[in-house]
Design a binder for this molecule. Structure first.
Ligand code: C5P
Length: 403
């Protein structure tokens, strides 16, 4: 089956020894039906001739930013517009650094800046260059911007050492591309409700009880669901993040308000992902005036907030329910208890006291625990990557239901 028919793939080739392997990548993508165009950096042409890619792709190969003035047709814009997907392989340390910092000093880096299509970069270099904190930081920046970075493989490198840094085999790179297109827009027609941020529980007109949730995890989940074609409703409390595009955004403050908005959308959605940190208690008697500083002690009486997710667990018909368990101890025990009590399909458990996980930071270390007791443990990764894992899990369940 030609599963890449009608797909326009732009391959960027940079100057690494593995450039020769990308000839086979281009050839395989062509055989799968894709229309392939290649942009090479000048140093890439030291390893492979543009003519080779031209023969394989049956398209012109682009190297120069400023070619023949008479035929100048703003190549970087037309190439950027052409692409349904941009693949850069091999991606050298130099390319990753430039791309992470928005440098556009040749045709490839300029095209990358202009391209809005999804991007997959495949780093390949000497192990020390790969492990250098500069390269690792650049990879981190790129991942956080939603660029997919394929893990380099282990093995013997051109420099003679054995380590991490090899370009993955062409068939594995192509498999990732096929996977990308087969899951693209897989959630179209599905409506997903995501909650994010931490609720604020008022004490008086100027004060509140809050928590440290930044809303980053929920925003990334909303973006990932939208990227896979879902119609997304994002209900968020107390976040100061840039609003993701193309989704319905509802701003709330307290748990009671969040409950009201969530319930009003619930019947029409296919899934709810409750990543909001909802306060467990609220102030019983909220003062209508600012409380004055008078007595030595001030006692606030708190009453329990509604457990929104638990309520949804009772109401649910077709909806997939996903919860979060942010804990500082007995993570799995508490997470499994919540999974059952709240009638969830799966729960994302993270220990918020571990460095790199939890509130405010851009990364997380989490596990997904499913109904049947199946546990997937993930290493430290960006919240954007974890969001994708969560959405993949959701897709798995939605597809399972279909069959
Ligand atoms: O019970 P706990 O607060 O630890 O459960 C966490 C999960 O339940 C999260 O998904 C959170 O969004 C949700 N939750 C809720 N309503 C509450 C408290 C938590 O929906 N009042």
């Amino acid at each position: 089956m030609k599963n890449l028919e009608n797909k326009n793939i732009l391959i960027g080739v940079t100057g690494g020894i593995a450039a020769y392997k990308v000839v086979e990548v281009a050839s395989r993508l062509k055989k799968l039906g894709a229309n392939v165009k290649v942009v090479m950096t000048k140093s890439a042409t030291e390893f492979v001739s543009p003519r080779t890619f031209q023969e394989i792709t049956k398209n012109a190969v682009y190297v120069e930013m400023f070619g023949d003035a008479a035929n100048f047709n703003v190549a970087h814009i037309s190439l950027a517009d052409f692409a349904d997907l941009v693949l850069v392989a091999p991606a050298t340390a130099n390319f990753l650094a430039k791309s992470a910092h928005g440098i556009a000093d040749d045709l490839l880096t300029t095209t990358i800046l202009a391209a809005t299509a999804p991007k997959i970069f495949v780093p390949s270099m000497n192990t020390n260059m790969l492990e250098n904190p500069a390269t690792q930081d650049n990879i981190k920046i790129l991942k956080q911007r939603g660029i997919k970075i394929l893990e380099p493989a282990d093995g013997e490198l051109a420099c003679g050492i054995v380590g991490k840094g090899r370009l993955p085999e062409p068939e594995n790179i192509c498999a990732e591309i096929v996977k990308f297109f087969s899951t693209e827009k897989i959630l179209s027609g599905k409506k997903i409700l995501v909650t994010a941020g931490g609720t604020l529980e008022p004490i008086d007109p100027v004060r509140y009880i809050g928590n440290r949730s930044s809303g980053k995890m929920g925003f990334e989940i909303a973006k990932a669901a939208e990227n896979f074609g879902a119609e997304v409703i994002l209900i968020a409390a107390n976040t100061h993040l840039e609003l993701p595009k193309n989704l319905k955004f509802v701003k709330v403050e307290s748990a009671v308000e969040m409950r009201e908005k969530v319930l009003s959308e619930f019947v029409s959605v296919d899934a709810v992902i409750m990543s909001a940190a909802v306060a467990d208690y609220r102030v019983k008697n909220v003062s209508s005036q600012k409380i004055k500083k008078s007595e030595e002690n001030l006692t606030l009486e708190l009453v329990k907030n509604p457990d929104i997710l638990k309520e949804l667990g009772k109401l649910k018909t077709k909806q997939i329910l996903v919860g979060f368990a942010a804990e500082t101890e007995n993570l799995f025990e508490y997470a499994e208890k919540k999974l059952a009590e709240k009638n969830l399909n799966f729960i994302v458990a993270n220990n918020v006291s571990v460095e790199g996980a939890g509130f405010g930071v851009d990364t997380n270390i989490a596990s997904i625990i499913s109904r049947g007791g199946e546990v997937e443990n993930f290493p430290l990764m960006s919240k954007a990557e974890l969001a994708e894992k969560i959405i993949f899990k959701l897709i798995e369940i939605l597809q399972g239901e279909k069959s």
